[in-house]
Design a protein. Structure first.
Length: 78
C-alpha cells in the first residue's frame, strides 16, 4: 500500500541518513519503524501472542504466575 505523509525536515533527514547507513530504502525504514511503534502500543496483541505460545507449549497458566506477569506488564512502559 502506498501512502503519503508529511514529516518535519529534521526527521526526514535523520531517517534518510539512517536508511542509507543500514543499506535500506526509506520505505523499508518507515515500514519497520511503524511496525515497531504499532507493536509497542498494542499490548493486547502481545498478550494474545503469549497466550498462543503457552497453548502451543501445552502448559496451563498458573494463577500466581498470571498475577505476577500482569503486575509486571502493568508496570512496564510500552
Amino acid at each position: 500500500m502506498k501512502t503519503a505523509i508529511s514529516l518535519p525536515d529534521d526527521v526526514f533527514e535523520r531517517a534518510d541518513i539512517l536508511a542509507r547507513r543500514a543499506g535500506r530504502s526509506r520505505s523499508e525504514l518507515y515500514s519497520q519503524a511503524l511496525r515497531e511503534y504499532v507493536a509497542r502500543h498494542s499490548p493486547d496483541d502481545v498478550t494474545d501472542t503469549l497466550d498462543r505460545v503457552v497453548r502451543q507449549v501445552g502448559e496451563e497458566p498458573q494463577p500466581f504466575l498470571d498475577e505476577a506477569a500482569r503486575r509486571l506488564l502493568e508496570a512496564t512502559d510500552w
